[in-house]
Write a protein that binds this ligand. Structure first.
Ligand SMILES: Nc1ncnc2c1ncn2[C@@H]1O[C@H](COP(=O)(O)OP(=O)(O)OP(=O)(O)O)[C@@H](O)[C@H]1O
Ligand SMILES: [Mg+2]
Length: 307
């Protein structure tokens, strides 16, 4: 397999295969075949623009014991259809975990669709998820399938499920329990076969106690909870992730590879990273944009890291 061959996160092998066939890229086709043959025993996804030698598991970089345990859990849960709750602080990689479960599962040829329950109004979210029939509301000029129907056979990722209104939680419960839903404005139910992965940075158990989250839904969702550890607890992974992102950024920007000085790395390793991996990526994006020297030093870092 060629060194420069790269796979993208969240894209099924089938989709890549189609892309390679359409573009007539024989090298990529050959590489896909090799990857497919390793499929049973190995991770199938590599991080975006990740050179082969950097391959983490499921496209996620991490070698600390907590991440190894998480990778093992992803491997084990992906074969079944049981719902999974992914919990962790902002920017820890919850969506990557959800995609990894899907890509690793027998459902990978079917869609993986994500919906952020905190991003849109309740009525829009309901019609997004469950679809609607013509005339259900003023702008509904025709029937429209929702996310669950569009993802039939695949996986639906409900991000920030703690922000979902109570009334809608009961509709989700019905999908999880009976695989049934009713589009907005319709009096007919539809059957769907979807695997649900939900994520939240909030304490859903506490929300049950305060009456903001349905206990029966939580019981259904948290059969398996995957806890994604905050970056500050992943000993050794900050160095690894930094190297990965420096390589990624140099490839993206077409610039020579830059490195962190030992004192800059020291700051990285002692910083609590409240925004986790996303914050680390942004910090490196900023530093590489600000300096063209081959080494990034403490003076190139943002105030948060140098305070
Ligand atoms: N272990 C990892 N290896 C490589 N990249 C990672 C890793 N974890 C997270 N990332 C990257 O960090 C960013 C944030 O990840 P993601 O969106 O999955 O986090 P999240 O927990 O869903 O965040 P939020 O709570 O804000 O929705 C993404 O760009 C993702 O690719
Ligand atoms: Mg997310």
């Amino acid at each position: 397999m060629s060194d420069s061959f790269q796979l993208k996160v969240g894209v099924s092998l089938e989709a890549l295969h189609r892309e390679a066939e359409e573009s007539g890229d024989l090298a990529q086709l050959a590489a896909l075949l090799a990857v497919a043959s390793e499929r049973a025993s190995q991770a199938k996804v590599l991080a975006p623009v990740l050179p082969m030698e950097f391959a983490g598991r499921f496209g996620m970089i991490g070698k600390c014991p907590a991440m190894e345990r998480l990778f093992d859990m992803i491997e084990r849960v992906s074969a079944s259809k049981v719902p999974v709750l992914v919990h962790g602080e902002t920017g820890v990689g919850k969506e990557l975990v959800a995609k990894a479960i899907h890509v690793q599962s027998p459902r990978s040829p079917k869609p993986f669709l994500a919906e952020n329950c905190a991003a849109i109004t309740a009525s829009l979210l309901e019609s997004e998820l469950f679809g609607h029939v013509r005339g259900a509301f003023t702008d509904a000029s025709r029937d429209r399938d929702g996310t669950f129907v569009a993802a039939d056979g695949g996986t639906v990722f409900l991000d920030e499920i703690g922000d979902m209104p109570l009334a809608m939680q009961s509709k989700i419960l019905r999908v999880v329990q009976d695989g049934e839903l009713r589009p907005v404005g319709s009096n007919k139910t539809r059957k769907v076969d979807v695997r649900l992965v939900a994520a939240s940075h909030r304490d859903l158990g506490e929300m049950v106690r305060t009456g903001e989250f349905r206990q029966d839904l939580l019981y259904r969702l948290n059969v398996i909870t995957l806890e994604v550890p905050p970056l500050r607890e992943r000993t050794g992974d900050v160095r690894l992730l930094s190297e990965f992102y420096l390589r990624k950024l140099s490839t993206e920007d077409g610039k020579p590879l830059q490195t962190l000085t030992e004192s800059a790395l020291n700051r990285f390793e002692n910083y609590p990273w409240p925004g986790n991996v996303r914050e680390l990526e942004n910090e490196l994006r900023r530093a590489t944009a600000l300096t063209s020297s081959s080494e990034i030093d403490v003076s190139d870092l943002s105030a948060a890291l140098t305070a």
